[in-house]
Design a protein around this ligand. Structure first.
Ligand code: G1P
Length: 312
């Protein structure tokens, strides 16, 4: 059996352009979903899956993420002195979570593209496999998505991509895997990914959703691509981006790569409509706020009004 996965990378250096101007001052990773910022959902998922070494790759201006996870002894002492121990416990619990996950931060540097943060973090990987999770996904699942990916890796010792069935009409939003064989149990052997194909060109009905087990060979591919990127730039040639998908495809040309269809509900929070859906779904599922919202939805439904109560 291969060594289990202990490390994870969360690339969080993006601009969050699709959510501007909401994300001008607040990183998209810090927008609330339910009663937690998006990135805390991801960190909780990783810690619940046994990950004990999390690297968050940030860019300048993302210090709110560090602030959120940093211990705040002064604030906690003040809250306790004021008799607000429930709030103090909640603040301490987030810092404990960060301690359990051993969160460290790195500033992203290098070429554009989603392969760069993974390579930036790779210095610490050695020859271990790592999980890469995008920072704008929230999963609600009985077995955390990260755990489902780790299980698939433990069976195969090969790179694994998180997949979900996709509506073909949406293919231009996703990387779509080329499926070679259905291995059973939701595991598919794949020969690569086609990025954002037109529906007619989509090679399957699955979408890659930001979740990957990356092996050292894929890191080597990223290193090679980054090296070539700098060489091209120094020769004054036009340069593109360094994409994780390209590195996975290069590896898949000669090695086994798998996709794991994830059991659970996925909420993408990277664009306004999906973000609102994620927020609403989490609020409705909350034990305290859920009934209040359900009542509002019920009133809106039956009155056709804005649901607000008025007194005359
Ligand atoms: C990235 C990946 C794509 C994947 C998507 C999921 O694309 O390249 O394969 O389907 O994330 O969110 P992006 O959305 O960053 O363009």
């Amino acid at each position: 059996m291969p060594p289990t996965i202990r490390r994870a990378v969360i690339p969080a250096a993006g601009l969050g352009s699709r959510l501007l101007p909401l994300t001008k001052a607040t990183p998209k990773e810090m927008l609330p979903v339910g009663d937690k910022p998006v990135i805390e959902h991801t960190v909780r998922e990783l810690v619940a899956s046994g990950i004990t070494d999390i690297t968050i790759v940030v860019s300048g201006g993302k210090s709110l993420i560090q602030d959120h996870f940093r211990p705040s002894p002064g604030l906690v002492a003040q809250l306790r002195a004021d008799g607000k121990s429930g709030y103090a416990d909640a603040v301490e619990e987030v810092a404990d979570l960060a301690r359990t996950g051993h969160i460290t931060y790195l500033d992203q540097h290098g070429p554009y593209g989603n392969g760069t943060p993974v390579l930036n973090a790779a210095r610490a990987f050695g020859d271990e496999p790592v999980l890469v999770l995008w920072p704008d996904d929230v999963f609600v699942a009985e077995v955390p998505r990260a755990q489902q990916l780790i299980r698939a890796y433990m069976k195969t010792a090969c790179p694994v991509l998180a997949l979900l069935p996709m509506n073909r009409a949406d293919s231009q939003r996703y990387g779509v895997p080329i499926v070679q064989e259905d291995m059973g149990g939701g595991m598919l052997r794949i020969t690569g990914l086609v990025e954002k194909p037109k529906p007619a060109d989509a090679p399957s009905q699955y979408a890659a959703i930001g979740g990957y087990v990356i092996t050292p060979d894929i890191v080597d591919e990223l290193r090679e691509r980054t090296h070539r990127w700098y060489e091209a730039r120094d020769r004054g040639e036009p340069v593109g981006e360094v994409y994780l998908t390209d590195a996975i495809n290069a590896h898949a040309a000669n090695h086994a790569v798998y996709g794991q269809v994830i059991q659970g509900t996925w909420y993408d929070t990277g664009n306004p409509a999906d973000y609102l859906v994620a927020q609403m779904a989490h609020a409705l599922a909350h034990p305290e706020y859920g009934p209040v919202l359900r009542d509002l939805v019920h009133r809106l439904d039956s009155s056709g009004s804005d649901g607000s109560s008025t007194t005359t």
